[in-house]
Design a protein around this ligand. Structure first.
Ligand SMILES: Cc1cc2nc3c(=O)[nH]c(=O)nc-3n(C[C@H](O)[C@H](O)[C@H](O)COP(=O)(O)OP(=O)(O)OC[C@H]3O[C@@H](n4cnc5c(N)ncnc54)[C@H](O)[C@@H]3O)c2cc1C
Length: 347
């Protein structure tokens, strides 16, 4: 989702043979225990297996107080053992310094693996590499590589001395002397990018980004779960083998979400309007519905073998926290803490 619209398990030393969780038997035992816990829950859990891998997306804080809140929120979500947390980057330029500040604080004050989003529209290639240098200096080795949206009224927004697309950006990152050290995610659109010429050209574009060296795709948020599952099948049939991580957004405010979904190419199914209808002024009820909808999305997707999820947190902790608890994400998140486990990662 674009910036203007919103603005780890205990680690185990694999060499320590006596350490709990260091061998397959220990891992199996932990997984069995996790599965048993999930199995005790009063809803169908056959598809909820231990080992969900999650990442959390934040937008940069606008104020010092907001930055502290972001660090506190991210620290709380660290209990769920995310593979990484990411911070969006405003293609328009107004929030870029805030992104860098938020990233520096998250790197400096938490143990989280941090990914910086990076857009190339409106910037020269040299300017883009300066941001990558800042990320590298802060210890960040993950990037979500995006084209970004041109300013309103401009049809293109790219510069002759800049990268014209996310594909070119990925190529540019991989061509750096430290190019192989970057973990690169790119964007994917289960319901098609709003400016795409056709579904097939959009899929070709995603394939180009992966072929250029991206490690995975994170999808735009969606509520039509069937659309995501069809997209996944089509992408696999087109030879895209990299992980395609569904972007799940628990709805904090239905009216606002419906408003910007159209600009993102995300459809609002009629059943959602029905569910959220009439409770605009009762945020608590909206939140209960939102957690149920998002958990059901994850449960259905997991039925198809997907174990990794990217959560659009909207910088709010409650819904994402509830969702992770419902799904049984992360050993530390369980009511009866598991004392050892394996570190999760989105490979
Ligand atoms: C997970 C995620 C995170 C995001 N984070 C941010 C953020 O932090 N900041 C921000 O500003 N925005 C963000 N966005 C929004 C994103 O910047 C916009 O959707 C933008 O319009 C497209 O960026 P892209 O990287 O997908 O572009 P690209 O992959 O370069 O392409 C975008 C569109 O152009 C088409 N296209 C590209 N090349 C060609 C070609 N040669 N021929 C025909 N069509 C082509 C594609 O099919 C697609 O329709 C994010 C989106 C997602 C899904």
């Amino acid at each position: 989702m674009s910036d203007d619209q919103f603005d780890h398990f205990a680690s185990v030393d694999p060499t320590a043979e006596s350490a709990p969780g260091s061998n397959q038997a220990d891992t199996d035992q932990i997984n069995d225990e996790m599965a048993a816990r999930l199995g005790r829950r009063p809803w169908p859990a056959s598809n909820l297996r231990p080992g969900f891998e999650v990442s959390f997306e934040f937008f940069p804080a606008a104020t010092d107080a907001g930055e502290q809140n972001l660090v506190d929120t991210a620290s709380r979500l660290a209990d769920f053992d995310p593979a990484f947390v990411s911070v969006t980057y405003g293609a328009g330029g107004t929030t870029q310094e805030r992104t860098l500040n938020s990233i520096r604080r998250l790197k400096g004050e938490t143990n989280l693996d941090v990914a910086g989003h990076l857009t190339c529209v409106g910037a020269s290639a040299a300017e883009v590499h300066e941001v990558l240098d800042v990320y590298a200096e802060a210890g960040v080795r993950r990037v979500v590589a995006l084209r970004g949206d041109p300013p309103e009224g401009e049809s293109d927004g790219t510069r002759p001395d800049g990268y014209r697309s996310a594909t070119e950006l990925v190529q540019g990152i991989r061509a750096r002397s430290d190019g192989d050290s970057w973990d690169i995610s790119v964007a994917a659109y289960p319901e098609i990018h709003p400016k795409a010429v056709s579904p097939s050209s959009d899929l070709d574009n995603l394939k180009r980004k992966i072929d250029a060296g991206a490690d995975r795709a994170l999808t735009q948020f969606f509520f039509d779960t069937d659309a995501f599952l069809r997209f996944l099948d089509t992408a696999r049939a087109a030879g895209i083998t990299a992980p395609i991580v569904p972007g799940i957004m628990p709805v904090t405010n239905f009216e606002k979400t419906a408003g910007f979904s159209g600009r993102c190419g995300t459809s609002i199914p009629a059943w959602m309007s029905d569910l959220f209808g009439g409770v605009d002024d009762v945020p608590e009820v909206q939140q209960m519905i939102a957690a149920t909808v998002a958990a059901e999305q994850c449960r259905r997707i997991a039925e198809h073998g997907v174990q990794t999820f990217h959560f659009y947190t909207m910088n709010r902790i409650e819904l994402t926290l509830a969702l992770c608890k419902i799904l049984g994400v992360g050993a530390a998140a369980q009511a009866e803490p598991i004392t050892s486990g394996s570190r999760s990662s989105i490979a």
